[in-house]
Design a protein around this ligand. Structure first.
Ligand code: PLP
Length: 360
């Protein structure tokens, strides 16, 4: 068996320990004589799996009791519609547009009400986070929306926007469980799990209970109503059982690693190795304003598209996979999520130094 260093932005690298455990349990989950993929989602065995997963993420993120944790299908993108449908009481919401995912959410919200762009960093190709300390926030705004870590552009909100008392909704897909957050500062925190937590096919929604209501926008599909899902403890219909099971294993792994404080230290150490190199290199340059750099997604360029392509091809041949930047921005991007070991980043930097020496 040989494993590569996988820098994919998502679906992305998972802890080897988790994959090995899942492999061992594939044919016979703990004496059940079947795989978790094959069992009823109404069985006692699966009920234990989903309950334990919920408890573990609650412990890890220190989720207050007045928040529900929902395990839902449809990925993060489905939430771009579910959020306005459930939360737009006044049919007015504010969006901070810091990249493609925020923009997609903003455009989707326009289908359901008035979506206002409160701030944007489009003027400099989303290479920074706009100042959100004193936004012009209308009184009747239902919520303020952010994409906390911008997967494609590699920026991250280091301080949350001042919402002036309005509810904050955050897409944390690509920084999920990468560091501690204070859940009580958000009304809704949600993320697709395939970036940092598990296999594709699920979004985890952490939502304050008073926002789970019956009076959603007319026409909201039953499945998209948070109340439907909350009342059924995420078992309204068949949930993504196997994904929930793997996420549960990742939560256990995170606990064993020391929780989110330890994960943050680990992620800071990893990111520093790469950013320090980008700052000293004459060939490779980071594309993001230093104070807004993401710990998870690190875009960089040489400034020469042919050289970029050569780098990506040679890196792949040397066992560093998925370093090509997003198709819309070009260059390179190294996604260094929780499960990327420190050696992966060290070896990548060695490879980059070597490439630079040979090509300049
Ligand atoms: C990947 C990503 C999405 C889209 O996730 P899907 O699960 O594919 O819908 C949304 N937001 C962010 C920040 C992402 O990184």
């Amino acid at each position: 068996m040989s494993r590569v260093y996988n820098f994919s932005a998502g679906p992305a690298v998972l802890p080897e320990e988790v994959l090995r455990e899942a492999a061992e349990e594939m044919m016979d989950y703990r004496g059940c004589g079947m795989s978790v993929m094959e069992m009823s989602h109404r069985s006692k065995v699966f009920d234990d799996i989903i309950k334990e997963a919920e408890q573990d993420i609650r412990d890890l993120m220190n989720i207050p009791d007045n928040y529900k944790v929902l395990f839902l299908q449809g990925g993060a993108s489905q939430q771009f519609a579910a959020i306005p449908m459930n939360l737009m009481k006044n049919k007015k919401a504010g969006y901070i547009v810091t990249g493609q995912w925020a923009k997609k959410a903003y455009q989707e919200a326009k289908l359901y009400g008035e979506a206002i762009e409160l701030a944007s960093s489009a003027d400099e190709t989303f290479s920074y986070i706009p100042d959100c300390s004193d936004l012009d926030i209308p009184d009747d705004l239902d919520y303020v929306y952010i994409c906390e870590n911008n997967t494609i552009y590699g920026t991250k909100f280091k301080t949350l926007p001042n919402t002036k008392g309005k509810d904050l909704v955050a897409d944390v897909s690509s920084c999920f469980l990468s560091e501690p957050i204070d859940v009580s500062k958000y009304a809704v925190v949600y993320g697709g799990v395939q970036k940092n937590v598990g296999p594709a096919g699920m979004v985890i929604v952490i939502i304050r209970e008073d926002l789970i209501r019956d009076d959603v926008l007319p026409g909201t599909p039953t499945m998209l109503k948070y109340k439907t899902q909350a009342d059924a403890d995420s078992l309204y219909n068949t949930p993504p059982c196997y994904t929930i099971y793997i996420c549960g294993k990742v939560f256990k792994w995170l606990k064993k690693m020391g929780g989110l404080e330890a994960m943050k230290a680990h992620n800071e150490k990893k990111a520093k190795i790469l950013y320090d190199f980008l700052d000293e290199s004459k060939m490779f340059k980071g594309t993001v304003r230093k104070e807004d750099r993401s710990l998870m997604n690190v875009p960089f360029v040489t400034g020469d598209a042919d050289l970029d392509a050569k780098f990506v091809a040679e890196a792949k041949a040397a066992g560093f996979e998925n370093l090509k930047g997003h198709r819309t921005v070009g260059g390179m991007r190294a996604s260094i999520y929780n499960a990327m070991p420190i050696e992966g980043v060290e070896k990548l930097v060695e490879f980059m130094k070597d490439f630079e020496a040979k090509n300049s």
